[in-house]
Design a protein around this ligand. Structure first.
Ligand SMILES: [Ca+2]
Length: 506
């Protein structure tokens, strides 16, 4: 039996602490002095090697844990009614949680490039999931900058920009698989050598990640672990097509197969969407039934995905323990996020991802870096409501590293938000995009450019004339009433059209 819930309405922990750590101004001064010192061209020439070593030691280590297809609302700290994610929740409890974090392209390969480059899809060129291996070797990514700044860098897990598993530039240590990989007994490319491993892929990746984090070293490191979980067992060919998604299974580790067997699966209110007013979703597609309750995601699939998450959570715990054991946890920025969401029957959708409704574009985003958040006066466990985007990851981590080299990005550093400040010009809207691909007939020709503001979402389809959509998220958070033809919103519609054009030109 299903229950309806809304994970957005979880209790708010006020962000500003009463008196912890350094005063905000004092800390800002220290950061400014450090940044000035690092960016000064004469610094390296005038300081002794010993002083440089001390500076290096002060730079934070960086760990990014990227989960595949994890929704924002299926971790304990986001209010999920039964999932057990104690280690992921620890990151939120000791760090901060961004409650309005979004991807800018809800499709695997494009958003992976957004995360690594800080660029929008139309700027980095990984336009869809077809084989873009060559382009993915040419991306200018933040780990390349960190490597040049003296960081030891590692990529561990699913790359999935093309099926090529060979090492991309910018990584001292490379552990990856071809395309989507497998859930068990993975064949991995380890620093150029094919190696077979036994066991669940999440466990194997966790072991590699923990071993890298715990290595003795005298310089800072950046570890980017991109899990195969929570992705189903299927193969994506070079043209982007996949083996039968209906036959694809989500395969958890054996020890997790019976988790949550008796727990009722929560469903959001928009699983009941009649789709009236959504002509794009009401189109008759040859060979497919109309969208509705029967086309959504079944309970077993939801459970198996949450069971896969259990091994991811254990891996987060192993990483935190390893960092603590070598005395490096407090000087490490730990980021936990996902590439995009997934449908649990909202609007009748299931495997398609790609579309601009909330369940696909919202992502979890947790950052644990108490050294900065405490100094900025933020309480541990606080929630930040400003918009944060996938394209913000690269500029954020580069700023926190103190690297002087600049990377041209579309995103903005979240560092001010981690210091308890919201810049006056912080974004109030953002661009979402999807380029038509042929993997799922249901969404064929549904390429779009969309804009989301705090109140509105406008979806401009590129190939479906007269089918655009406009939602008032304040009064209709489940996106059930398309207002695009409502007379009283035509002025706001014109404004959104103009603003979307501006965002596309930036
Ligand atoms: Ca994905």
């Amino acid at each position: 039996m299903a229950s309806l819930f809304d994970a957005v309405s979880t209790p708010l922990i006020p962000c500003l602490a009463t008196s912890t750590g350094l005063p905000v101004k004092h800390f800002q001064f220290l950061v400014a002095v450090l940044a000035l010192a690092i960016s000064s061209g004469s610094f390296a020439q005038t300081q002794s090697a010993e002083a440089e070593t001390r500076l290096d030691d002060a730079r934070p280590n960086i760990v990014v844990v990227l989960v595949d297809d994890l929704r924002w609302d299926e971790i304990g700290c986001a209010g999920h009614p039964f999932v057990q994610t104690p280690n992921i929740d620890r990151l939120a409890a000791e760090g901060v949680r961004f409650r309005n974090a979004f991807c800018t392209a809800p499709l695997c390969s494009p958003v992976r490039a957004c995360l690594l480059t800080g660029l929008h899809t139309h700027h980095h060129g990984i336009l869809d999931n077809t084989n873009r291996s060559r382009q993915s070797h040419r991306l200018k990514t933040f780990p390349q900058v960190l490597q040049r700044a003296g960081y030891e860098t590692a990529y561990i897990g699913k790359w999935h920009m093309g099926n090529d598993d060979s090492a991309r530039p910018g990584f001292d240590h490379w552990v990856s698989m071809k395309g989507q990989g497998t859930s068990f007994d993975p064949l991995l490319n380890v620093d150029g050598e094919p190696q077979s491993f036994t066991g669940h892929t999440t466990d194997v990746l966790n072991e590699h990640a923990t071993a890298f984090a715990a290595r003795p070293r005298d310089k800072p490191f950046c570890l980017y672990i991109a899990h195969k979980a929570l992705h189903p067992e299927l193969t994506q060919r070079d043209d982007g097509s996949i083996t039968d998604p209906k036959a694809a299974q989500f395969l958890p580790a054996k020890r997790h197969r019976k988790l949550y067997a008796e727990d009722p699966i929560p469903r959001r209110l928009n699983v009941t969407d009649s789709l009236q007013g959504k002509p794009a979703l009401l189109r008759k597609i040859k060979g497919l039934p109309p969208l509705g309750p029967a086309t959504g995601t079944d309970d077993k699939t939801v459970r198996d995905r949450l069971r896969m998450l259990a091994a991811v959570d254990e891996g987060v715990g192993q990483l935190l323990d390893a960092l603590e054991a070598v005395g490096k946890l407090e000087n490490t920025v730990v980021v936990f996020t996902s590439d995009h969401g997934y449908w649990y029957g909202e609007h009748g959708l299931s495997v398609e991802r790609r579309l601009a409704y909330e369940e696909a574009i919202r992502v979890p985003l947790l950052i644990r870096y108490p050294k900065m958040t405490k100094a900025g006066g933020l309480k541990a466990g606080c929630i930040i409501d400003d918009f944060a985007l996938s394209i913000d990851l690269a500029p954020t981590l580069l700023e926190l590293s103190g690297a002087s080299e600049k990377l041209a990005v579309d995103g903005r550093s979240l560092a001010p938000l981690l210091r308890g400040e919201t810049p006056q010009d912080w974004r109030t809207s953002f661009l979402i995009q999807y380029n038509t691909d042929t993997v799922f007939p249901r969404v064929y020709r549904m390429g779009y450019r969309a804009i989301r503001t705090q109140r509105w979402k406008y979806i401009r389809y590129l190939e479906l004339a007269g089918m655009n959509e406009l939602y008032d998220l304040k009064n209709d958070p489940y996106e059930m009433r398309n207002l695009v033809r409502a007379p009283n919103v035509q002025r706001i519609l014109r404004e959104l059209n103009s603003e979307l054009d501006v965002l596309l030109k930036e």
